[in-house]
Design a protein around this ligand. Sequence first.
Ligand SMILES: [Zn+2]
Length: 224
Amino acid sequence: MMKKPLFKLSRVKGSPVSDSELLSDLKRVANILNSKTVPQKKYGELGVYDYSTLIRRFGSWNKTLSTAGLGRSNEIDIPDIRLFENLFNLWQHYGRQPRRSELAKTPSLISQSPYNRRFSSWTKALEAFVDYANSSGLGSPKACMSDNNTGSAKAGRDPSLRLRWKVLQRDHFTCCNCGASPAIKMGVELHVDHIIPWSKGGQTDMDNLQTLCAKCNLGKSNLK
Ligand SMILES: [Zn+2]
């Protein structure tokens, strides 16, 4: 009979997780599944940690599995939103349309095959992403806070993927302050920044968001 996990760890925020803790949790999930491998999706349901933490630590999902002494897993069921988030992150990282070969390198968390299985080709995957990102669903997920005088809901602090995409596109993946772009200079990191800080009443919308490079964004927060 399979054992059920008795509890989930609630970790103190910011306290580091060791490699062996991550791997033993993965093995625990494999035991629950009574399987020699663990699909990412199953780990998402049963694991203590976010699977992206494991991928960042060990390089890829299959490398994580082999480090834990488990077998490779063929991902067939990664949700579209995860596929799109990964494409978005690459687009932001490179400041341009990512190339198929870049799926295999950091910071990509997903390899090429799940995209091919889902969209049949790289071009179609990119088209599906752009359709999704450009579609309405404007603004952020619904506000959970309402702290202004009018009583109308204020959008959350973090802009949605679609909103970040629209800001980066509008600004041509270029820092609004100094003009830096990862498309021109590798390693430039772009952020989507609130012009009026969210904590000071600034909205999470197109008018109050801008693209800044990490350096300018850091400089700005030091002036606050
Ligand atoms: Zn800048």
